[in-house]
Design a binder for this molecule. Sequence first.
Ligand SMILES: Nc1ncnc2c1ncn2[C@@H]1O[C@H](COP(=O)(O)OP(=O)(O)O)[C@@H](O)[C@H]1O
Ligand SMILES: [Mg+2]
Length: 304
Amino acid sequence: MRLAFEDVSYSYEGGEAKKKRKGRADRQADWGNAPDAVWALRQVSFAVEPGEFLGVAGHTGSGKSTLIQHMNGLVHPTCGRVLADGRDLAEKGVASDVRRSVGLVFQYPENQLFANTVYDDVAFGPRNMGLDAEEVDRRVREGLELVGLSFDELSERSPFDLSGGQQRRVAFAGVLAMEPAVLVLDEPVAGLDPLSREEFLGLIRELHSDGRTIVMVSHSMEDLAALCDRILVLSEGRVFRLGTPAEVFADAPALKSVGLGAPAPQAFASALREEGFKLDRPLYNEKTLAADIAAQMKGRGGNG
Ligand SMILES: Nc1ncnc2c1ncn2[C@@H]1O[C@H](COP(=O)(O)OP(=O)(O)O)[C@@H](O)[C@H]1O
Ligand SMILES: [Mg+2]
């Protein structure tokens, strides 16, 4: 599925101003006429291509969460359109249709667990889709298996008795059980310990290599550099950059101006360049940086 944003703006203004505007033909004309409104998104245009891994970065308050809530029609643009395979998500019935294909995992999704058993929590989405009991059962097993939880050990337990990391897995399984083609994740590893973090990132990588489209909001430039095909950088609700990690992280001063850093190995590489090291790769990770430094040290020391 392709998700296209066309000139999308969104404001969290109060209901009154919104009501007054409703029905007026040219909503775009209101742009700038609502000085008190918080414009969380401003004229955002881009598309999530089928099968890609798109990262979303930006300072706190830059509009990341607002943006991704547009992707399954949970929130509708104040101005502009979001199209899912060409269908406008604001049109009647389209969002509920698209919600089956676009799975949204909120930040701290464990806070939304509610059922008495893990089974019922994971089954909630599939049941809502009107699937029969046998298919729901298959989906619950599949969802739990994908996130590495044992169906036999956990399905009848209360989700509230589990550890934080397990709870997040259960919440994740509930979305995966809907078998979405597009998975949208809002800071999926925030607050996890280092081991769970790595496991989760590995899981997300696998879900992508299985063919799912992934959109991931993250504060970690290292994670974005390691996982994404492209990165969208937001600043004050606008698209600041959109490109491959190498393109986006090439301009460290620009990123700094919107409150973001480059991945640590990339920043280290530019410091080393200033010290005379010849480091030609457009984007460095720990391994490639270590390899290039080692090669030059050997050359300098003559012991290689
Ligand atoms: N429920 C809300 N009501 C009013 N303003 C909001 C609400 N949620 C977010 N905002 C505002 O919208 C802007 C974008 O917020 P958000 O999308 O949460 O950014 P991010 O996820 O990048 O931190 C911020 O100015 C924020 O204060
Ligand atoms: Mg957010």
